[in-house]
Design a protein around this ligand. Structure first.
Ligand code: NAD
Length: 467
């Protein structure tokens, strides 16, 4: 059992209590994790508040240097961090390595941005500038599916803009964040970065905290609604990156053999626990049987196992609650459609679920209408592409979506009618640090990444002078 500590005011500190973190592949404890008390949350916020005046006055070049230093440290420790991430999250080591590398790239990307004042007028009559000021203390709340990468959506942008942060990872995947905290603790002045871990009990206190000026939240839509309500009292700024139920539409001109593996990968990555996983697969009737057969063959041959084992393509579900939720979806899917691959738990230890393909299923089924967040893909038949887009849009969610076709111009024309924050053609879930990422409808408010994402960590100030 190793000991992990939290980062508060530049110091590694023990939690008020400690509870184990489980490896979802074995259900064995990996380590004890500190759990902060409300008083420790207050200490972290106080440290961030105290550090804010000086940090916000540093030059953007100084802040860039800190981001690059953090990127370097992440990259130098990729092997250790990726292994820890696989152990606590479950994903294959190769994917964990990609996630950690991605996080360092995101820090580096934000270090390349600028927040210049826009000079609107500067003449004999006066001077007018539009500036971007930092907000103050930002609370960053992160879920368990991409703990390292999603932290890197928020922290570098918040810091570059001149804010200080209190970060809270999800209670079931805190260790990679805490190890990272230890590695970077001396790279920024004390109090600029604070990382605390909870027992799923401090999110509400963070969102209601009077001294946190913005909450950058990634998680479920249900929790996002609570964040919004709780932030109202202090009129906090919020960014909400929430759930999704991405539709992926396959047109009639694709080659099933060539397209099916790509679609399958978009649904099964991270065991389906991706906000922008393909969660509803619409396939044209003329190729429906062929595509379903390909999906079933892929599922039967997909290598499911401990992420630390070489060759594993898919790990377990991250936690018991999610495992049970997806098993519930499977029960209902068996009634509403025809399971042609998988369909149950794999083994009797660890939260493994077989990659599952369900055909002859349609809207009205839980598996189609709700976010499964697991390795269970519904394949839905359609005959008219415009109707498929209408059906794809008939969802409360609007995070991502994609259209697949040999004739990519035809797909492009349909794509603009999708009601989602990102729409891809002949690919899915292509995230880049320089592109804003955010959801329509119940999938969120605001965006992260790109210049737009950076601006969300700022307040506009107009300086307007007469001469
Ligand atoms: P969750 O909402 O249960 O938890 C997310 C975080 O919120 C955790 O750190 C949790 O401790 C914290 N939290 C819990 N109660 C809170 C409260 N009352 N106030 C504030 N914070 C609170 O989500 P999850 O189950 O960890 O993550 C899965 C969900 O996240 C899925 O719906 C997925 O689609 C979504 N997600 C969205 C994006 C995106 O960018 N849109 C990315 C990844 C995941």
């Amino acid at each position: 059992m190793s000991d992990y500590k939290m980062l508060i005011n530049g110091q590694m500190v023990a939690g008020a209590t400690a509870t184990p973190v489980l490896n979802p592949a074995t259900e064995d404890a990996i380590a004890d994790c500190p759990r902060a008390s409300k008083a420790q949350l207050d200490q972290a916020v106080a440290a961030a508040s105290a550090a804010f005046p000086a940090w916000s006055k540093t030059s953007i070049d100084e802040r860039r240097k800190v981001l690059v230093a953090i990127a370097d440290v992440i990259q130098a420790n990729v092997t250790e961090l990726a292994r820890l991430l696989t152990q606590e999250q479950g994903k294959p080591l190769q994917d964990a390595t990609g996630e950690v590398f991605g996080a360092s790239a995101f820090f580096r990307y934000f270090a390349s941005l600028d927040l210049p004042a826009k000079v609107v007028t500067n003449d004999a009559t006066g001077r007018i500038e539009v500036r971007r000021k930092p907000l103050g203390v930002v609370g960053c709340i992160v879920p368990w599916n991409f703990p390292v990468m999603l932290m890197a959506f928020k922290v570098p942008a918040a810091l570059l803009a001149g804010n200080t942060v209190v970060v809270k990872p999800a209670p079931t995947t805190p260790l990679s964040s805490l190890r990272l905290a230890e590695l970077i603790k001396d790279l920024a002045p004390p109090g600029v970065i604070n990382i605390i871990t909870d027992a799923n009990d401090l999110g509400g206190a963070m969102t209601a905290h009077p001294d946190i000026r913005k909450i950058s939240f990634t998680g479920s839509t249900e929790t996002g609604k609570k964040v919004m309500a709780s932030a109202a009292d202090a009129l906090k700024r919020i960014s909400l990156e929430l759930g999704g139920n991405d539709a992926l539409i396959v047109l009639d001109d694709v080659d099933p053999k060539e397209t099916a593996p790509k679609v399958f990968g978009a649904a099964m990555q991270n065991a389906g626990q991706v906000c922008i996983a393909a969660k509803r697969i619409y396939v044209h009737e003329s190729i429906y049987d062929a595509m379903c057969d390909e999906f079933a063959t892929l599922a039967d041959n997909w290598v499911v196992g401990d992420g630390l084992e070489q060759g594993t393509q898919m790990g377990p579900l991250q936690n018991k609650a999610q495992f049970e939720k997806v098993m519930g979806f499977l029960d209902s899917a068996k009634k509403d459609g025809k399971v042609i691959a998988g369909g149950g738990r794999k083994g009797d230890k660890g939260y493994f679920i077989q990659p599952t393909v369900v055909r002859d299923i349609a809207e009205g089924s839980q598996l189609v209408d709700e976010e499964q967040f697991g390795p269970v893909m519904p394949v839905i038949k359609y005959s008219d592409p415009a109707d498929a887009v209408r059906r794809a849009n008939a969802s409360i969610y609007g995070l991502g979506g994609s259209i697949w076709a040999k004739d990519s111009d035809r797909a492009w024309d349909l794509a603009e009618n999708m009601e989602s924050g990102s729409v891809w053609v002949n690919k899915h879930a292509d995230l880049r640090p320089d592109l804003p990422f955010g959801g329509a409808k119940f999938s969120g408010i605001g965006s992260e990444l790109g210049e737009e994402g950076l601006k969300e960590f700022t307040q506009v100030q107009v300086l307007n002078m007469a001469r």
